[in-house]
Design a protein around this ligand. Structure first.
Ligand SMILES: Cc1cc2nc3c(=O)[nH]c(=O)nc-3n(C[C@H](O)[C@H](O)[C@H](O)COP(=O)(O)OP(=O)(O)OC[C@H]3O[C@@H](n4cnc5c(N)ncnc54)[C@H](O)[C@@H]3O)c2cc1C
Length: 654
């Protein structure tokens, strides 16, 4: 059977979801082509962070090739779809010509709606693409720099007056980022932060009108605490380069108007000749997400561009991520059902909640309409949702990129933990610790190797106490039992006299040794440093009950124990050398921390050495990159390993 050709137009939240679903369930039955204008998926929900310079733009660009590197049945094409021939089942692209399809999903998203207000197109900034976000970012820098050199007070005030039009999610999230940004630019350009004015202009009497009132009120309070002016009942009638006009009100001087008043379907879809709603340009769909007028012909729509009227609300599906993914799920499941003869699915929107961040540290969240959070916990939930998203699309790469850019590499304290997780210091200062710690492990390991032998004389290596002899060093009770049982069996054939003699010797030596022990015994006591005559206290004196079965499973008898002893001694030397030369330092340090924890749980480690764990954690800071081999190993690995795993990322996929 020849493979069906499926084209997904648009690699937004809807397009990614559809492509993932189709490629997973139609491994051998279909060839899927995902076409997008860009070589990456734009994390629209983070554009305000890019615009206000909180995160690098790469944080919001998920390379498509990386997302689909191991999907054999997915082709990525960077191109713009400019036409759709429904009858002959072909899409026309700008650069790659015409492509045939059996099924198509149109998921080209939305665009800002200017509601016909004069001057918006020419003079306002929109926030609906990466290009938009970067344009705002550049403008913000330029205008502040200009203001810092402006002598005329009025002109300077206008340059430092920033206006966000619209108080929906996008507008409030944008102004929230500007609150944090204001402090940073004021410092950088030697301005007074209070000279930078932030405004939200809203034509309605309230803000965040799709939110619960109690949540919205918390945002109002927070904005006023942060000196953001809320200009309510203000309808903008015209936008010029240096001011905006307000209906029945005075002009507002500004050089920066960020327009976030509403979204409509992508007007490019008009060229596809599908039925669309008059207001909002949304492509009309039935409950199966089939384009109206082309039911049963393999033409589906999904995401912000689609406009299925939901029974529950009588309104089109909301233009949010959840709706984008759910409409895409319906469309792709119905394509699968059509191909495999299964039952078709009707779309039913299930929305779990809303979250609005106001800057990097504060936000509100409403979960399932029941749980209302604000501040730290609301932001924590929002981060968790993002992290889950990276896992849901199966991308460990972007999971780590997200963590890095949102928590660990965020300059100017602009993260949820107020910079505590991202204090960047010079790893040079930890190089002495790395080398010292490496030598500590080397000493520890060499004691295990040599015992009371002599390291400098190989013929006497492995003296008494060496882990390379057949002496058992693990203090586990069950190993002693097996060793004793074996000895008992061997001794079974010996004479009674011999036994008695042995008993007598044992008793004598026992008495002698206990006497000696008595003589030298001092009480083990807790302490994080030694003082003469004190015995260090073991972290645990024996393996805890819950762990014993696991250890018993891993080290069931003396043979395995002896092997493990030798193996661990070798591993310790390897870790020590890795730390000293700074090779794979993160892994080596993490492994030493894990070993220390394991030794502690085995009853083989003392409180006095507990600093091993904390030194190891401190050394996971990239210390191998300063005067260490990691300076070369890590970039080499990144280039070759990730190149092999993901292929090469490109600006255009043809
Ligand atoms: C700043 C901001 C914050 C937001 N915050 C939230 C939030 O917190 N929660 C939430 O649920 N929603 C939020 N949204 C809305 C959310 O981002 C959208 O609902 C979602 O992106 C819609 O997904 P989509 O796949 O339909 O479209 P999009 O994500 O817009 O993707 C459309 C894709 O189609 C491509 N494309 C367009 N035209 C063509 C063409 N002709 N040929 C080929 N490719 C084309 C585009 O390049 C794009 O990749 C936010 C939006 C913004 C801008």
């Amino acid at each position: 059977m020849s493979k069906k050709k499926i084209i997904v137009i648009g690699a937004g939240f809807a397009g990614i979801k559809a492509t993932k679903t189709l490629s997973k369930k139609l491994k051998n039955e279909a060839e899927i082509t995902l076409i997008d204008k860009h070589s990456y998926h734009t994390m629209m929900t983070q554009l305000h962070e890019v615009a206000a310079g909180r995160v690098p733009f790469t944080n919001a660009q998920y390379d498509l090739h990386k997302l689909f590197a191991h999907r054999q049945n997915v082709q990525i094409l960077t191109d713009e779809v400019i036409g759709l021939d429904k009858e002959n089942k072909k899409v026309t692209t700008k650069a790659s010509g015409v492509l045939d399809f059996d099924y198509v999903i149109v998921a080209i998203g939305g665009e800002p709606n200017d509601f016909g207000v004069p001057g918006v197109k020419e003079n306002a900034f929109t926030l609906w693409s990466m290009a938009d976000a970067l344009k705002i970012k550049r403008h913000l820098e330029t205008v502040v720099e200009k203001a810092s050199l402006e002598h005329d007070d009025d002109k300077r005030k206008a340059l430092l007056n920033f206006v966000v039009a619209g108080s929906g999610f996008t507008g409030i999230e944008m102004v929230g980022e500007l609150i944090d940004w204001r402090q940073v630019v004021a410092r950088d350009y030697k301005l007074d932060a209070s000279d930078i004015t932030l405004n939200v202009v809203e034509m309605m009497p309230t803000i965040l009108n799709t939110l619960d009132r109690s949540d919205a009120d918390k945002v109002v309070k927070y904005l006023s605490k942060k000196n953001v002016n809320l200009l309510l009942n203000h309808a903008i009638t015209e936008v010029a380069t240096d001011h905006i006009k307000i209906k029945d009100g005075a002009d507002i001087p500004t050089h920066t108007l960020i327009w976030t008043t509403g979204v409509q379907g992508n007007t490019q879809a008009t060229a596809y000749g599908l039925a669309e709603s008059e207001r909002g340009h949304r492509l009309t769909a039935n409950a199966y997400m089939e384009a109206q007028g082309f039911e049963g012909q393999g033409i589906y729509v999904a995401g912000d561009v689609s406009g299925f009227i939901e029974e529950a609300t009588g309104r089109p599906t909301p233009q949010i991520v959840e709706a984008a993914e759910q409409t895409a799920h319906t469309a792709s499941e119905n394509i699968i059902a059509d191909m495999t003869g299964g039952d078709k699915h009707k779309f039913v929107g299930k929305y779990q909640g809303t979250m609005v961040s106001v800057g990097s540290k504060w936000g509100v969240a409403s979960l399932m309409g029941k749980l209302h959070l604000s501040g730290f916990f609301a932001m924590l939930v929002k981060h968790l949702i993002y992290i889950l998203y990276t896992l849901q699309i199966g991308s460990l790469w972007y999971f780590f990129t997200y963590l890095k850019n949102e928590f660990f590499h965020t300059p100017n304290d602009r993260n949820l933990f107020r910079g505590h997780t991202s204090r960047l210091g010079n790893v040079l200062w930890s190089v002495p610790l790395r080398i010292f710690y490496g030598f500590v492990w080397l000493t520890e390991a060499s004691t295990k190797w040599v015992g009371d032998g002599k390291l400098l004389n190989p013929s006497t290596w492995f003296g008494k106490g060496s882990w390379f002899t057949n002496d058992l060093h693990f203090p586990f009770a069950w190993l002693k039992e097996t060793a004793t049982t074996a000895a008992d069996a061997a001794a079974g054939a010996s004479t009674e006299a011999a036994t008695q003699a042995a008993d007598a010797t044992a008793a004598a030596s026992g008495a002698a040794s206990s006497g000696a022990a008595e003589a030298t015994k001092s009480a083990a006591e807790f302490g994080l440093s030694y003082s003469y005559g004190h015995e260090p206290l073991a972290v645990l004196d024996k393996v805890p009950n819950w762990l014993e079965p696991i250890f018993k499973f891993m080290i069931p008898n003396k043979e395995v124990a002896l092997f493990m002893q030798k193996f661990m001694s070798i591993v310790e030397v390897a870790l020590a050398l890795a730390l000293i030369v700074g090779a794979f330092t993160w892994l080596a340090a993490a492994a030493t921390a894990a070993l220390t924890v394991m030794f502690s749980l085995s009853g083989m480690f003392y409180w006095v050495n507990i600093w091993f764990i904390f030194a190891a954690i401190a050394l996971m800071n990239g210390s191998g990159r300063a005067f260490g081999l990691d300076k070369w190993i890590q970039p080499w690995l990144q280039k070759h390993f990730f190149g092999w795993w993901y292929g090469k990322s490109k600006s255009l996929y043809k």
